[in-house]
Design a protein around this ligand. Structure first.
Ligand code: ADE
Length: 241
């Protein structure tokens, strides 16, 4: 059985979208993962197939109804897959979460819309609320595409060995070092000398130091975590570009 994604959304036409292309698209075609979409509107109430209502306690915006959401969740096949809700209120998504999801059998994903979802249905299903960053999208669909892209590329057979063998940002808690290719000089800018030296130990040391310098400059949060777990080799590191 391949890895399975079940999506509950008001906009099923947004899927597979970008996931139908490139690595994820090829993997979808060859059956390395599969995708099912479910239209929440199918479970809407009344003539207008209404899915939302005004918030108790007042305030702007509309809230997705628990009964409608519950019917949508029930309609998703593979009811035993972990249930994830994309919402700016969620825990921030990190690469360890992505690896955890990729190691499992698949995910059921609810894409939020409007002001939010009735909390009771999320609690009743022990849904994991996840955010892809500290900004507000108009809905959870682009966030679901981001989540699935990150997970699918980790599934066995999706990445070629050239891609999967690469040192990646976050794999060891550091951002990746900068990359260079031919020509060795471009518009008066030279590639760092050491990369042309053929000295593999020196290249590895330079890359490590560059990763540390970039992480320290751009992501003080990651850098502080890194410094707690290992002794950095920052001395002699190039300035972060
Ligand atoms: N829906 C709206 N904004 C979001 C975000 N930042 N992450 C996940 N889902 C969202």
């Amino acid at each position: 059985m391949s890895w399975r994604a079940e999506i509950l959304t008001l906009f099923p036409g947004m899927f597979p979208g970008p996931l139908g292309h490139s690595l994820a698209g090829r993997a979808l075609e060859t059956g390395l993962w599969s995708l099912g979409t479910h239209d929440l509107r199918d479970h809407g109430l009344g003539r207008h197939r209404s899915v939302d209502d005004v918030p108790f306690g007042g305030g702007a915006g509309m809230v997705l109804r628990p009964d409608v959401l519950d019917a949508g969740i029930a309609a998703m096949a593979a009811g035993d897959l972990p249930l994830v809700v994309l919402t700016p209120r969620g825990r921030p998504l990190g690469q360890p979460d992505v690896a955890r999801f990729a190691a499992g059998p698949g995910l059921r994903v609810i894409c939020g819309r409007f002001e939010g979802m009735d909390q009771r249905v999320l609690d009743a299903h022990a849904a994991e609320e996840i955010s892809i960053g500290d900004y507000v999208l108009s809905g959870g669909e682009p966030a679901a595409l981001v989540l699935l892209d990150a997970v699918v590329r980790l599934l066995p057979g999706v990445m070629g060995s050239a891609e999967s063998g690469r040192d990646e940002s976050f794999a060891d808690g550091l951002l990746e070092y900068p990359h260079y290719t031919r020509p060795a000089e471009w518009c008066g800018r030279a590639v760092p000398e050491v990369l042309l030296s053929g000295n593999h130990a020196a290249i590895a040391a330079w890359r490590r130091a560059a990763s540390e310098a970039i992480t320290a400059a751009r992501r003080p949060d990651l850098w502080a975590l890194h410094c707690r777990s290992v002794t950095p080799t920052l001395a002699g590191a190039p300035a972060a570009p």
